[in-house]
Write a protein that binds this ligand. Structure first.
Ligand SMILES: [Zn+2]
Length: 485
């Protein structure tokens, strides 16, 4: 049977704001505009007043160099900026300062790759280029873009530095796109150039086509999470069109994330419509090898290399290491934590990793925050592991502490004192509880005669009765003994 994505071709253009830059690309306005009143972070340069002159932010070049190195791009030692002309209210100058890799122009870096892993298979997603450009202003609509009676323009965002990462059209499925973005997000975090969890810090344009047909460009997908959904929808739309006997046209579509559909915006602009020409107000930029090697020295270990080191040094599995390193803050937390207790070895490293990837990550996802925003400290996980190992608490009791350690600065022994939750391991006490549970649950005991799996339900009842404090192993042993009698 053929795969439902056999004939799909996807290329992604990802725009990332360099949110860790303090000032905009060509002026000294602050980039910290989120939550601020509209049009308060602006100056003659970023609102494009006649006679104003842009001055390049050197740090932006350094940040782009970091990313280019991490993605394995060939950095161009000299380039100049271009004006990309178009007429739209988000662009007060009537052009965007960008880079152009034709007509003698060059991108910041050519080529490069991001390695993804899906169903245990590795694949390199080859990049076409990365380049720098300025962010346009933000248009604010009432409701959706299609139904809003007016548009408000906020120039606070105008002139913030963007880096665009353009993949080759080699992505075959929406799932591959999702993995690609996951790795890209991780690499960007390791480079220390942007916080992609900030609202509006990423925008993705996706080129989607079915082999032999015209492609559509879906614009302004505003979060990585939406990309997979938008791709699935657009692929289905194109297939349905063809099924109805209609040919596809080359067009630009907009992803409407409220209605979760793409809508046609306009027929696609062609490159000549943008009338690219060199930006004469900026001198050519030189990025020499000495500068590049200086940046390279400061780059931290990247996630791929780190995962390999975690396998070797901490004896974690390939699977565990690859997930653990994905979020740099969590991986840093791990490396600090496991060093606190000198007696820790591979067994405890694995426990530590399990806590972070399991209960802690689940809590972070549910509350939509990062580990650095919580009260969790590495010592607490060390104590959890030791207390469980020493038999003071069960794993189940440990799990019930997660909410408290994430939100309050309390030590595990304090929580233990406060809640009075201790592991029950005394055999006489356990026998007593098991006897009670058997008496109260004769129906389950009867089930057990036919279905040995009912044992788990009985142990569950003991857990319930003791609020998770009873030792599951000893309980099981005594339960089996008593059931035989
Ligand atoms: Zn400005």
């Amino acid at each position: 049977m053929s795969n439902k994505y056999d004939d799909v071709i996807i290329g992604l253009e990802v725009h990332i704001q360099l949110t860790n830059l303090k000032t905009k690309f060509f002026c000294s306005c602050s980039t910290d505009y989120r939550g601020e009143e509209a049009n308060t972070h602006i100056c003659p340069i970023c609102i494009g007043l006649p006679g104003s002159l842009p001055v390049i932010n050197k740090k932006a070049i350094e940040f782009a160099t970091r990313l280019a190195l991490a993605l394995d791009c060939d950095i161009n030692n000299s380039f100049w900026f271009y004006r990309k002309n178009y007429f739209y209210p988000d662009l007060p100058k009537g052009f965007q300062i960008s880079q152009y890799n034709k007509a003698g122009g060059r991108a910041f870096g050519d080529g490069g790759k991001i390695t993804i892993k899906l169903n245990d298979k590795k694949k390199d997603i080859i990049l076409n280029r990365i380049h720098l450009e300025e962010d346009p202003a933000r248009l604010v609509h009432k409701g959706t873009i299609a139904t809003s009676p007016y548009t408000l323009v906020d120039y606070n965002r105008s002139g913030v530095t963007l880096i665009e990462i353009v993949s080759e059209p080699v992505i075959k499925t929406p799932e591959e796109a999702r993995e690609y973005l996951k790795q890209l997000k991780s690499i960007v975090q390791y480079c220390g150039i942007s916080n992609l969890d900030l609202e509006g810090s990423v925008r993705v344009d996706a080129n989607i086509s079915l082999k032999g047909h015209a492609r559509s460009e879906v614009k302004n997908i505003n979060s990585f999470k939406e990309v997979e959904r938008a791709l699935k929808w657009e692929i289905q739309r194109q297939k349905n069109q063809l099924k109805r006997g209609k040919e596809l046209i080359q067009e630009t579509r907009h992803w409407d994330d409220k209605r979760r559909i793409t809508i046609s915006l306009r027929t696609k602009e062609f490159e000549q419509d943008y009338r690219y020409f060199p930006e004469q107000d900026l001198v050519p930029i030189e990025v020499d090898d000495k500068f590049i090697s200086g940046v390279k020295k400061e780059l931290p270990e990247m996630p791929n290399a780190r995962a390999k080191r975690f396998q070797k040094k901490y004896k974690l599995s390939e699977f565990d290491s690859e997930i653990l390193v994905l979020d740099k803050d969590i991986a840093d937390f791990f490396e600090v934590g496991i060093k606190i207790d000198k007696s820790f070895g591979p067994e405890e490293y694995k426990f530590y990793c399990n806590w972070l990837m399991g209960d802690v990550s689940r809590w972070l996802n549910e509350n939509n925050i990062t580990i650095t925003e919580t009260k969790l400290n590495p010592q607490q996980i060390v104590d959890l592991i030791n207390f469980i190992k020493e038999g003071k608490i069960t794993g189940k009791i440990g799990k019930s502490f997660v909410d408290e350690i994430m939100t309050k600065d309390s030590s595990i022994s304090d929580i233990l004192k406060k809640t009075g939750k201790q592991r029950i391991s005394d055999k006489d006490k356990i026998t007593e509880i098991v006897k009670e549970v058997i008496k109260e649950n004769l129906k389950i005991v009867k089930d057990y005669e036919k279905n040995p799996k009912a044992l788990q339900a009985l142990i569950g009842k003991c857990m319930q009765k003791t609020k998770g404090q009873i030792d599951p192993e000893i309980t099981k042993e005594i339960m089996l003994k008593l059931l035989k009698e």
